[in-house]
Design a protein around this ligand. Structure first.
Ligand code: ZN
Length: 261
């Protein structure tokens, strides 16, 4: 088997509680010289999460972060969300994206207008600051695609789970697609079909950790080392060695986010 090195996790949540017991030890080991993981990007979801990302980016050289409000916020939205983004952005030169932003109509009681307004504001904020976006879309494809056609943002649709047709349209709009553990699931025929046809210069690897661990770790706490397993499955789909796919994904991630590794 060829060696898998230079992994970049383009989407992680190391602020999540499942990492409370060993977060610093894990990140120290993961981002050490000689580790197969070259860098990780933290996807912020709310004010606390943005603060976490800025703090960890200052401590770990290959830890990058983002600013953004997730559509399914766990904390209430501040009164002036745009001003908060601007303030956070001024606090670190390792903020490489606006994210994680998007639409999520999965749970009953969601506020469609509020989510669309928040996404518009953040797409405009990203454009104004020449930053790429990290996009989340769940059960909201119609509204989401309409906004993508309108804004044509530079960015990635993370944990892509749509059809090959939607993948094709997003790529033609200029977007990248992020693939993680779901790609390895037996019943993920649609995601596999989308990955099979995504151009080699338009996909990223990610974990969305601690969630969505790839096979054979499905259901366990996920971390960025496990991208190797996703890459092994991806290699079977594309007929390209896993190590080569990891290098391509890393190149794409560096190009999109302008990060150094
Ligand atoms: Zn996420």
């Amino acid at each position: 088997m060829d060696e898998v090195r230079g992994i970049i996790d383009s989407h992680s949540h190391y602020d999540s509680t499942p990492f409370d017991t060993d977060r610093d030890e894990l990140l120290t080991r993961m981002l050490a010289e000689g580790s197969p993981v070259a860098a990780v990007i933290h996807a912020a979801t709310d004010v606390d999460s943005m603060q976490f990302g800025i703090g960890y980016a200052a401590r770990f050289p290959r830890f990058y972060t983002s600013v953004g409000f997730h559509p399914e916020l766990t904390a209430p939205l501040p009164k002036e969300p745009r001003a908060v983004l601007a303030k956070m952005l001024s606090r670190s030169d390792k903020i490489c994206a606006v994210g994680e932003i998007g639409l999520d109509y999965h749970y009953e009681g969601y506020d469609r207008e509020l989510q669309i307004g928040l996404l518009r504001m953040q797409l405009e904020f990203a454009r104004e600051h020449s930053l790429p976006v990290i996009l989340h879309c769940r059960d909201a494809t119609l509204d989401f695609m309409e906004l993508m056609r309108e804004y044509k943002p530079k960015g990635v649709v993370h944990c892509f789970s749509g059809s090959a047709e939607t993948a094709g349209e997003l790529v033609s709009l200029g977007l990248y697609l992020g693939f993680g553990g779901v790609l390895t699931f037996k019943n993920a025929r649609r995601v596999k079909a989308a990955f099979a046809q995504v151009p080699e210069d338009r996909f990223l690897f990610e974990t969305d950790c601690p969630y969505l661990a790839p096979e054979p770790f499905r259901g366990q706490r996920c971390d960025s080392f496990m991208i190797e397993n996703t890459a092994l499955c991806a290699a079977e789909i594309k007929g390209i060695p896993a190590g080569e796919l990891v290098s391509k994904a890393a190149e794409n991630t560096v190009r999109l986010f302008g990060i150094g590794v």
